[in-house]
Design a protein around this ligand. Structure first.
Ligand code: KIV
Length: 269
């Protein structure tokens, strides 16, 4: 799968399924489930590293996890999902040169074929322009942008007319600068439909209704593994309960087992 294939999906009306992955195990599960794209999202800071926000994860850590994700894939390269890696906080906000170096490193040292970054402030748009011109495919991300949690919180974004018009303008600017797709997080579904219609690149929603060209979910949320799922991304299965019960069963079985006394041969395998 290549970034340009996603535009073809949109043209054909074929919905795009994007799942996050953070290690070889989660990558193998998401690949086996048939995801078109695996996003090594900076949500791994919270899902896999125990941080309270996405801000602390470093470029080195994102690279380390992206390499692990790539090792978890089992299909032939031509059939593998597209790997998109998030540019972490402060890897693209401190100037275009640093952003090119960070994104280039992810593509050079892992199998990621594209990066995702958040926002559409003029500085970010300039970075996207530069990355795209340097041959680095970019997925945009608007609406709830978790790297701006200290400014925006985790609430639904673009709920009034002025901010909705601004978001549509920003989405168009990202497309115009060459983003190959756009994640739209936690915005009203009518707005997501308007963005979907305004853009020729695919709009991938999370908490943005059913009118997008595809959906993205944090795999750990879907599997019910995180302690608390966001309201717009409910769990499909109570994974924590399921796994804890299975492990408890094993722990109890182990505790209830009477070890053989000296000289007694209990080997059964
Ligand atoms: O980091 C992440 O997992 C993301 C998705 C929620 C889109 O950005």
């Amino acid at each position: 799968m290549r970034p340009s294939d996603l535009t073809y999906f949109k043209q054909k009306g074929k919905p795009i399924a994007v799942l996050t992955a953070w290690d070889s195990l989660s990558a193998a599960l998401a690949e086996a489930a048939g995801a078109d794209v695996l996003l090594i999202g900076d949500s791994l800071a919270m899902v896999a590293l125990g941080h309270a926000t996405t801000l602390p994860v470093s470029l080195d850590q994102m690279l380390h996890h992206t390499q692990a994700v790539a090792r978890g894939l089992t299909t032939l390269p031509a059939n593998q999902p597209l790997l998109v890696c998030d540019l972490p906080f402060l890897s693209y906000q401190c100037g275009e040169d640093l952003a090119v170096a960070a994104a280039g490193r992810l593509l050079k040292e892992s199998s990621a074929a594209a990066v995702k970054l958040e926002g559409a402030e003029p500085e970010v748009v300039a970075v996207i322009d530069r990355l795209v011109r340097m041959g680095i495919p970019v997925m945009g991300h608007l609406g709830l942008t978790p790297q701006a949690v200290h400014r925006l919180g985790y609430r639904r974004q673009a709920t009034d007319a002025i901010s909705q018009e601004r978001l549509i303008e920003q989405a168009c600017a990202l497309e115009q600068k060459g983003c190959f797709s756009l994640v739209l997080e936690h915005v009203p579904s009518e707005l997501a439909c308007r963005v979907q219609q305004a853009l020729t690149i695919p709009v991938i929603g999370i908490g943005a209704g059913d009118g997008c060209d595809g959906q993205v979910r944090v795999t750990a949320d879907l599997l019910g593994l995180t302690a608390k799922q966001p309201p717009f991304s409910p769990a499909l299965v109570d994974g924590r309960r399921l796994f804890i019960d299975a492990l408890k069963g094993w722990v109890n079985q182990t505790r209830n087992h009477t070890p053989p006394t000296k000289g007694e041969n209990t080997q059964t395998d």
